[in-house]
Design a protein around this ligand. Structure first.
Ligand SMILES: [Mg+2]
Length: 263
């Protein structure tokens, strides 16, 4: 099967490069949460944050990455053991993920309300991605975006890029469930509508998310793609390359016909 019936795409790190906005938002949220934060980020912090981006699954972890870097936690340790670091912070400093999340969303909401242009300007579509998305939307393939970002932000960014994407096919952070579950639900819905097996392809830049889907027996026919242009490490890309389940895909192949994707 060289054409998917359902193409599910992650947003950040697949369709949109929001690294600069990510750091700006993380820094502002960090300043709100930690009263002793300096007025300006120290030199090199943004670059260190960009390198640590692969560990972030959900927005509330962003100010925690800044906190860890400000405390001098070694980058190698963050990359290797982020889950444990998060747990220790949450316990030792009595941090509530919902409060961290509210700080991040609050920063974004206020920024967008005050100056949406400057916020949008910090996001860039990866080259060729918007055109490809428009092509797929016009084809027989049904395309969904599954993201841990809020749908309303995704809508705004796609509109800015000239992509008229159906709102009902953007499943964002507000669904509050793992991507595997969302993928399963979309597939079941399409199966019921189309009364045929749904060839499903999923493109994601977070390797751990692909591994989580790999662990679901009922999703074992989903073709999994790791976007090599997104937020993942060299080590994760080489794991994908040697995996018999996950395909490593380049931006160049992504921009081409589906037949190029599986080679
Ligand atoms: Mg991503």
């Amino acid at each position: 099967m060289t054409t998917p019936t359902l193409l599910a795409l992650d947003f950040d790190g697949v369709l949109c490069d929001g690294l600069i906005e990510y750091f700006e938002t993380a820094w502002r949220a960090y300043q709100r949460l930690w009263a002793d934060a300096p007025s300006q980020p120290p030199a090199g912090l943004a670059d260190a944050f960009y390198r640590m981006r692969p560990v972030v699954e959900t927005g509330w972890e962003m100010p925690l990455v800044v906190h860890a870097l400000m405390q001098g936690v070694p980058e190698a340790g963050i990359l290797l053991d982020w889950g444990a670091i998060v747990q220790s912070y949450v316990q030792a400093e009595n941090l509530v993920p919902a409060a961290l999340s509210a700080a991040v969303d609050g920063v974004r909401d206020e920024w967008i309300a005050a100056d949406v242009e400057s916020w949008l300007a910090l996001h860039r579509p990866y080259p060729g991605v918007s055109d490809r998305l428009v092509q797929v939307l016009a084809s027989s393939t049904t395309v969904y975006i599954i993201s841990t970002k809020e749908s309303r932000f995704i809508m705004q960014l796609l509109q800015q890029q000239g992509v008229n994407f159906p709102a009902s096919q953007i499943i964002g952070k507000e669904t509050k469930q793992p991507k595997a579950k969302t993928l399963r639900e979309i597939r079941q819905k399409l199966e019921a509508e189309q009364a045929q097996p749904i060839a499903t392809w999923f493109v994601e830049d977070r390797f751990k998310t692909l591994q989580a889907i790999e662990a679901q027996p009922d999703l074992n026919d989903v073709e999994l793609f790791l976007a090599d242009w997104g937020y993942n490490t060299l080590e994760e890309r080489s794991l994908a390359e040697s995996s018999d389940r996950v395909h490593l895909i380049t931006l160049q192949d992504f921009a081409q016909d589906f037949a190029h994707w599986l080679t």
